[in-house]
Design a protein around this ligand. Structure first.
Ligand code: EPZ
Length: 420
């Protein structure tokens, strides 16, 4: 198994290019199921989750030509509507094929994703919304079996809670349903906006894009014909590199980044003492000598993203004073705490709150990655720690960070991938 060996304490410098957003690319790939024409996607990140979803499309009978950052998908040849456990268990986001398969083919079977390292993560709201659109759904043998013999029909969906994946599944299902679907309490993430714009590029009318109420006029099962799609920059990857600059006291430049998508992250870095310079396509962060403590509560976009909570905990670990971090989205997203403490951090947990007492220095140790963002927090801690840190189980990182060690090494970090 691969691990990362990091010698900490080096300042970073130079520029890093931000890749396309994994969490935008996944729904865009799933949306390809709505089309029976070849569809080109560019600026894909080179990460395992993208390859996993493309493999699922291939298993459904679609034709996929993929090279690094580009994929052309032709889903005119889909001959199966079953998303098997072997794939879904590797990546929960496979559930995003449920809405598109059901609306186009009137039936499908998708393995239940089950829980994961950060929480239970049920899909009840996805299923309830599809039922409101006329689907009959049963859970049998670990699979969601869904059918809508007359096709899905438009409905008014009111989500009890904001759900990114649920909103994406219903936007896709609604795009080929009969009539209008209104989603109330919709998610507003940039990834949702990109999905809406893709579907609009096929001539589907969507109002309220980027707001919490979306109305989608379905095509009554006429497949969509998309314009080529360039994936937006990954705001969480960008945030992670900004934290790498902050934790190492460095000045670095991020290129190919969208500053409007990361305002909450930039605000927090500024309150911790960093200077941020925003230009057309780039952001420069200049870190202070000593970071100030911070108070963070995660929330839905445009609030502070849960996907940046672990990385900010790493930088708070060496801030001067006590930081408070509250995780509001996932009930178990603190697995990095005990590992950061192994590096010498002083973090205490009570329910959904973490109190981070800033320490003077971190020291290298062997640590274990538990989920994607927790893993990146350990890499950040290691960059600032004295001596050598080994980060194990980095397959979590490979799922969502494009060439993390290569990009950090280019910035001057002492980081190498090794095999056990
Ligand atoms: C997306 O997950 C992201 N994944 C996550 O990023 C991100 O952490 C999350 O949104 C929140 O921003 C992708 O985009 C592929 P949700 P998703 O449905 O869609 C509860 C990363 O590190 N809920 O918005 O699964 C749920 O348990 C990943 O890149 C229900 O109760 O998240 C959670 O508490 C991790 N019932 C909350 O809602 C449902 O039917 C928000 O989840 C659906 C969700």
């Amino acid at each position: 198994m691969d691990y990362l060996e990091i010698e900490g304490g080096y300042e970073l410098k130079g520029a890093v290019k931000i890749s396309g957003a994994k969490n935008s690319a996944l729904p865009v790939i799933a949306a390809s199921i709505l089309s029976d024409k070849p569809f080109e996607i560019t600026n894909l990140p080179n990460v395992v989750d993208i390859r996993t979803l493309l493999k699922l499309i291939d298993m459904l009978g679609g034709k996929v030509v993929h090279s690094n950052t580009t994929a052309t998908i032709d889903n005119s040849s889909i001959n199966s509507t079953k998303a098997v456990y072997e794939i879904v268990s590797q990546m929960r986001a496979s559930i995003l094929v449920l809405g598109p398969l059901l609306t186009r083919f009137k039936h499908c079977e998708v393995s239940l994703p089950g829980g994961c390292a950060i929480g239970q993560r049920p899909i009840d709201m996805h299923l309830k919304a599809l039922e409101a659109m006329g689907a009959k759904i049963e859970i049998q043998g670990g699979y969601v079996k869904a059918e809508a013999p007359k096709g899905l029909k438009g409905a008014k969906i009111i989500f009890d809670k904001i759900t990114v994946g649920g909103t994406e599944n219903i936007i896709m299902a609604a795009s080929m349903a009969k009539g209008a679907t209104t989603i109330v309490n919709a998610a507003k993430e940039p990834e949702i906006v990109q999905l809406c714009e893709l579907i609009q590029s096929a001539g589907v009318e969507i109002t309220g894009v980027g707001t919490s109420e979306l109305t989608i006029m379905g095509t009554d099962r006429k497949p969509l014909e998309f314009q080529p799609c360039k994936i937006i920059p990954d705001r969480i990857e960008a945030g992670t590199y900004l934290c790498a600059g902050a934790i190492t006291g460095s000045t670095i430049i991020l290129e190919d980044v969208e500053s409007n998508h990361i305002k909450a992250i930039l605000d927090k870095l500024e309150s911790m003492g960093s200077t941020i310079k925003i230009e057309a396509n780039s952001i420069t962060i200049k870190a202070p000598k000593k970071l100030k403590p911070i108070s963070i509560t995660t929330s839905e976009y445009p609030g502070f993203p849960t996907d940046m909570q672990a990385q900010f905990m790493a930088i708070a670990a060496i801030a001067q004073g006590e930081s408070i971090i509250e995780e509001r989205l996932f009930e178990n997203r603190f697995m990095h705490v005990s590992e950061l403490n192994r590096l010498g951090a002083d973090i205490w947990l009570k329910g959904s709150l973490a109190a981070v007492h800033g320490v003077k220095e971190l020291n290298g140790a062997d640590v274990m990655a538990t989920d994607l963002r927790a893993s990146s927090a350990l890499v950040l801690g290691a960059l600032a720690a004295n001596g050598t840190t080994k980060v194990r189980r980095i397959y979590h990182l490979d799922r969502g960070y494009d060439n993390l060690e290569g990009k950090l090494a280019q910035l001057g970090a002492k980081i190498v991938r090794k095999k056990e």
